[in-house]
Design a protein around this ligand. Structure first.
Ligand SMILES: [Zn+2]
Length: 399
């Protein structure tokens, strides 16, 4: 399959204009079929570096106030309508076994949130689950990592101490932990504790870092420690965010994450817009790096992620609304994604492309006039509606 596009963003530094992209897939009926998509832009599929898949309920869980640190919100959140509504589908009994059926339905909902916003990889920050949790998903849920919730709250949701979890990563896989999610003394103390425990390392990914000072961000950059920026969630919960200008000044490896919809934006596309609205001086190319090449480094992903070439088995094809391919992301809605291919398998887009693949239609859900997605998200929403006794809308689903 060849697709003629307006431009192809191979990586943040290389954009090819008016090029024919060739799709590598063993499923193609006719390898030479030609599509003219000269009003579209090809990108590498995106990576969401921070989510809690089990918490993608809607609307946000809060009372319209911000908190000095996240620990207080975690308690307040349990009284919100959103949390109580989710309880009708799944109640957290403290075991955090998310492979159990009701839990896994909500997790899948979160996976689809990511898929519909152009992500083929998501990091689900949760205690390590059974092997099956990471298998047979429509996109990749990062499997190789160790984690700690936070130094201020400990690993309350399961797993070992921060030092033990870090040791288990063996320097080879990412060690992921929330840090400094607040503006009070408790939040500010976390960085010195991190250093004391010798966890400021090149395979460490810190989430949020709102409390980090400029000097501390410099130390993160020097240590090669990555930081995940979740602006929407930060402003909603704390009213402040990471010192992103310092991060860029010191060239720290910054990745973008949505967090869950109980505190963050609707999806990664909205997160990109929020980042730009709050910090319009940051070049969109930098933000593009935060969802492609930077997370490949932070999450230690195979090199096939975060970049594409003229010959590719991964693709995110998006309608062109802006001549600048990076600024085009600001205009992108779920519906603007014309085709998404992961490892040669079509996963989301317009039916005209799907009909060129040897696939079983039973493996796909068709909606709207001409849209398809891999798997059956409609069965999840049907089941949730049944449990609730009414129809529940999730703004991150396009059907
Ligand atoms: Zn989080």
């Amino acid at each position: 399959m060849n697709i003629k596009v307006d431009s192809c963003v191979c990586n943040p530094e290389k954009i090819l204009r008016h090029v024919n992209i060739s799709i590598n897939s063993t499923l193609l009926k006719n390898k030479n079929i030609q599509f003219d998509c000269t009003n579209s832009i090809a990108y590498p599929p995106f990576i969401n570096s921070h989510d809690h898949l089990i918490s993608n309920w809607y609307p946000k869980a809060g009372f319209g106030r911000t908190y000095p640190n996240v620990n207080i919100w975690v308690e307040d959140m349990k009284k919100t309508d959103s949390f109580l509504e989710r309880n009708k589908v799944w109640i957290n009994d403290g075991s955090f076994d998310l492979t159990e059926e009701a839990a896994h339905q909500i997790v899948l909902l979160g996976i689809y949130k990511n898929l519909f916003s152009g992500c083929v990889v998501v990091q689900d920050h949760i205690p390590k689950q059974k092997k099956s949790y990471y298998e047979n998903n429509p996109i990749v849920v990062l499997k190789n990592y160790t984690q700690h919730h936070s130094l201020s709250m400990g690993n309350w949701w399961g797993g070992y101490s921060a030092e033990e979890e870090y040791a288990k990563a063996n320097g080879k896989i990412p060690f992921i932990m929330h840090l400094g999610e607040g503006i009070d003394e408790l939040s500010k103390k976390c960085f010195s504790k991190l250093k004391e425990l010798e966890l400021l390392q090149s395979n460490t990914l810190l989430i949020h870092g709102i409390a980090l000072t400029k000097q501390q961000i410099k130390e993160c950059a020097e240590a090669g420690t990555s930081i995940c920026w979740c602006p929407e969630s930060n402003y909603y919960l704390i009213g402040e965010t990471l010192d992103i200008d310092a991060c860029l000044e010191f060239n720290a490896n910054i990745v973008l994450g949505t967090d869950s919809t109980m505190s963050g934006g609707i999806n990664l596309l909205e997160e990109i817009r929020v980042a730009h609205q709050k910090f319009p001086h940051i070049p969109m190319k930098q933000i593009f790096k935060m969802i492609t090449t930077n997370p490949v480094k932070a999450l230690k992903l195979p090199t096939e992620y975060g970049v594409i070439d003229k010959n590719t088995s991964n693709l995110l094809l998006i309608k062109k609304h802006d001549e600048d391919p990076f600024r085009n992301l600001l205009e992108t809605q779920m519906e603007d994604i014309e085709l998404m291919i992961h490892q040669g398998i079509p996963i989301y887009g317009d039916v005209k492309f799907l009909s060129e693949f040897n696939i079983s239609e039973n493996d796909y859900y068709f909606f709207g006039e001409d849209r398809f997605v891999i798997g059956h998200p409609e069965k999840i929403t049907d089941s949730i509606n049944k449990k609730l006794g009414y129809k529940k809308d999730f703004p991150f689903l396009p059907f």
